[in-house]
Design a protein around this ligand. Structure first.
Ligand SMILES: *Cc1c(COP(=O)(O)O)cnc(C)c1O
Length: 345
C-alpha cells in the first residue's frame, strides 16, 4: 500500500530510509525492561508437561502467557513502551494498530498510567476482542478489511501527533517481550531449546536476544500458521515479502510485516535456528491437548508451539520450553476447535 508523501512536520523516524546500521535491543535492554515493567506484568508460571515430555523424549515445560494480565504476553511490550514515553508524549496519547491482543494490552497499560489511547483494528478482528478494548476505555477505530488498513490508519493518526506503539517492530516492545526469556532461564537454566509462536517476530526476537545473551548456545524456533506466515516466507525469500492474509484459528498471528521493518526481520534472521508451520487441524488439536492435559484455555496463536511439538516438527536436543502466548479466544471458536480436534481424533 502506498504511503502518502512526507509533509513538513512529519516524524521522520516513522519512515526510516537511513543507510546507517540499525541497532537492535539486546540483553541489557531486556533487563532494563524487566525492572521497568515489574509492577504491571505477572511473572507467569512455567509448568512441566509430563505428556509432551514423554512424547518428545526430552523434559518439556510450558510458559503460561495465556495466564498473563490481559490474556497475552503483549502487555509486557506495551508496558515497556508506554513507560518509556516522555511526559509530553504521554499527555498527548498513543495509537496502536492491532489484531486484538496488542490493542488490548496497550489500552490496559494506558488506562493504568492515565495515557489516552486509540486502537485501530481491521474488520477481521473478532468482536469479543474489540469489546474488550472498548471496555478498557480506549477509542477503537475499525479501518478496512485487513491488518494493513489498520496499520495505515494508525500511521495517519501518528502523523497528527499521537505516538505509535507498534505491535512488534519497536525496540521497547521487543525488549518487553524478551523478559519472558529471562524468566524461563531463571526457572529452567538447563533449557537448551525454546519454541515460540511467531507472527511479526517481536516476541521471538526479544526472547532470543535475551536468552542468547544469557546462554549463547540456546536454540530458538519460531512457529507460525500455514495460512499467511509472513515472517517464514520472508526468511525463506531472504527479503520482506507480502503474503495473502487468510482467516485462521491463529488470528493473533495473521498480518504482514509492513515494508519498512527495521528490527524483527534482521533479528529473526540472525537469532533463530528455524521456523516451522502448523496446519489449522494441528492448531485445533494443540488447543484440545492443552485443555485436556493442563486445563489451559489457549487461543489458536497461543497453541502453535505445542502443535509443532505434537507433530515432531522441531529437532529437540535437550530440555525444551514452549511459550503458550495467549488465551483470548471466543467461546464459540474455542468450542468448535475442540469439537473439530476430537472428531479428527
Ligand atoms: C501477537 C501474538 C503473537 C505473535 O507475536 P509477534 O511478536 O507478532 O511475533 C503470538 N501469540 C499471541 C497470542 C499474540 O497475541
Amino acid at each position: 500500500m502506498a504511503e502518502p508523501p512526507l509533509e513538513s512536520g512529519d516524524r521522520i523516524d516513522e519512515f526510516p530510509r537511513s543507510a546507517s546500521p540499525v541497532s537492535h535491543p539486546g540483553l541489557v535492554q531486556v533487563e532494563e525492561a524487566r525492572r521497568r515493567i515489574a509492577a504491571i506484568v505477572k511473572a507467569t508460571p512455567l509448568v512441566p508437561s509430563p505428556g509432551l515430555s514423554r512424547h518428545a523424549g526430552v523434559p518439556v515445560r510450558l510458559k503460561g502467557e495465556s495466564l498473563q494480565e490481559t490474556g497475552s504476553f503483549k502487555v509486557r511490550g506495551a508496558a515497556n513502551a508506554l513507560l518509556s514515553l516522555d511526559p509530553e508524549q504521554a499527555a498527548v496519547g498513543v495509537v496502536a494498530a492491532s489484531s486484538g491482543n496488542h490493542g488490548k494490552a496497550v489500552a490496559h497499560v494506558a488506562r493504568l498510567l492515565g495515557v489516552p489511547a486509540t486502537v485501530c483494528v481491521s474488520a477481521r478482528v473478532p468482536r469479543h476482542k474489540v469489546e474488550a478494548i472498548e471496555g478498557l476505555a480506549a477509542k477503537v477505530v475499525v479501518a478496512g478489511p485487513d491488518q494493513d488498513d489498520a496499520d495505515a490508519e494508525a500511521r495517519r493518526l501518528a502523523r497528527q501527533g499521537l505516538t505509535l506503539i507498534h505491535p512488534f517492530d519497536d525496540p521497547e516492545v521487543i525488549a518487553g517481550q524478551g523478559t519472558i526469556g529471562l524468566e524461563i532461564l531463571e526457572a529452567f537454566p538447563e533449557c537448551t531449546v525454546m519454541v515460540v509462536p511467531l507472527s511479526g517476530g517481536g516476541l521471538v526476537s526479544g526472547i532470543a536476544a535475551a536468552a542468547k545473551g544469557v546462554a549463547p548456545g540456546i536454540a530458538v524456533y519460531g512457529v507460525s500458521q500455514e495460512r499467511g506466515p509472513a515472517m517464514h516466507a520472508s526468511l525463506e525469500a531472504g527479503r520482506l515479502v507480502e503474503v495473502v492474509e487468510e482467516d485462521t484459528l491463529a488470528d493473533a498471528l495473521a498480518g504482514g510485516l509492513g515494508q519498512d521493518n527495521r528490527h524483527t526481520f534482521e533479528m529473526c534472521r540472525e537469532l533463530l535456528s528455524g521456523t516451522v508451520l502448523v496446519s489449522e487441524g494441528e492448531i485445533a488439536h494443540a488447543m484440545a491437548y492443552l485443555d485436556d492435559e493442563h486445563g489451559w484455555r489457549a487461543e489458536g496463536g497461543g497453541a502453535v508451539g505445542v502443535a509443532a511439538l505434537l507433530e515432531g516438527r522441531i529437532p529437540l536436543d535437550g530440555p525444551t520450553a514452549v511459550v503458550v502466548s495467549g488465551g483470548n479466544v471466543g467461546d464459540d471458536t474455542f468450542r468448535r476447535a475442540l469439537e473439530a480436534a476430537r472428531r479428527d481424533g
